[in-house]
Write a protein that binds this ligand. Sequence first.
Ligand SMILES: Nc1ncnc2c1ncn2[C@@H]1O[C@H](COP(=O)(O)OP(=O)(O)OP(=O)(O)O)[C@@H](O)[C@H]1O
Ligand SMILES: [Mg+2]
Length: 351
Amino acid sequence: MLFSRSKSVVGLDIGSSAVKLVELREKKGEFQLVNLGLEPLSPEAIVDGSIMDSSLVVDAIHKLNDEHKVKNAAYATSLSGHSVIIKKIQLPAMSPDELAESIQWEAEQYIPFDINDVRLDYVVLSENDPGQEQMEVLLVAVKRDKVNDYQSVISQTGKTPSIVDVDVFAIQNAYEANYDLDPLKVVALINMGAGVTNINILARGHTVFWRDISTGGNQFTEALQREFNLSFEQAEMLKRGEQVGRYTSADARPVLDTVSEELASEIQKTFDFFSATSSEAPVEELVLSGGCALTPNLQQILRDRFGIPNELLNPFRRIHYRESDFDRDWLQAVAPRLAVAVGLAIRKVGD
Ligand SMILES: Nc1ncnc2c1ncn2[C@@H]1O[C@H](COP(=O)(O)OP(=O)(O)OP(=O)(O)O)[C@@H](O)[C@H]1O
Ligand SMILES: [Mg+2]
């Protein structure tokens, strides 16, 4: 949706735990999976959403490009966290030209950063009916230096960063492409990554609330590290159910459950804020994605806490693929981590 300049694109989700690449081919409104790759990043490469060691990120993208022989040069990537501000604002009804001219000035009142330090984009949500005096505009501002950093690592691999999106919208895109949106239902899409959890609440067929929380899988890993005096890598293995030394998944469980409860509380706070500030019905279903959603027992803890159903988002639910090219079990196992990349890969020219 944002800052787009090109035709069909390769989705590249530069996450802090791994770079994920998805390339799709569209035929008669159906998508076929062409390329899929996941290249782990060391935890010091990206910290708090900032690229700290760009050479590590560039190497990971290079590897993906080469390994999958990606021909398309146009890439779409996305950002999340503190550097992204998304606001729905009311403006007096005006023509597209007038809006284009005044948006910078209007945005200044809503963006807590210096307006010269951000890249701005916007979408008119309500059509400019002749009778309407106001129109609703979705304003997206992303810190310019962050956008530059993410574009630069892509450029350094010889590709063109054609689209810079934001994670919450990429997730929504992946969801809408794979599920039938029920306009009567309030659904929360929750993408739990390593460092950030993106929440996007959908009602009446569109987004009504979004927030990024600085909690994710790293919190679980760090809790295991502290409890059992393990390295990051050892704690990652233990978290995924492998035995590490004398520690088993049964030992890990209470530690993980404590962090799951904390994460549930953070989500609860967000929902409480949503209820207090909106006239929408309460959230009726959770759709989970991101690697952290795979944490043992987390889904059950969320079910107990919220008393509503939850399910894992399968971003390949309606995407065709050859089983000779992509191993079904592997694909199912990593699918929740690929929601953002799929959402990006669906993006198009001038969206
Ligand atoms: N099977 C699993 N069980 C538990 N945790 C897992 C599993 N697989 C991945 N994770 C955790 O999920 C996180 C990575 O998920 P994901 O790839 O969605 O994050 P990311 O996009 O790299 O991070 P971010 O968006 O926060 O920068 C890591 O914390 C990892 O330990
Ligand atoms: Mg992510």
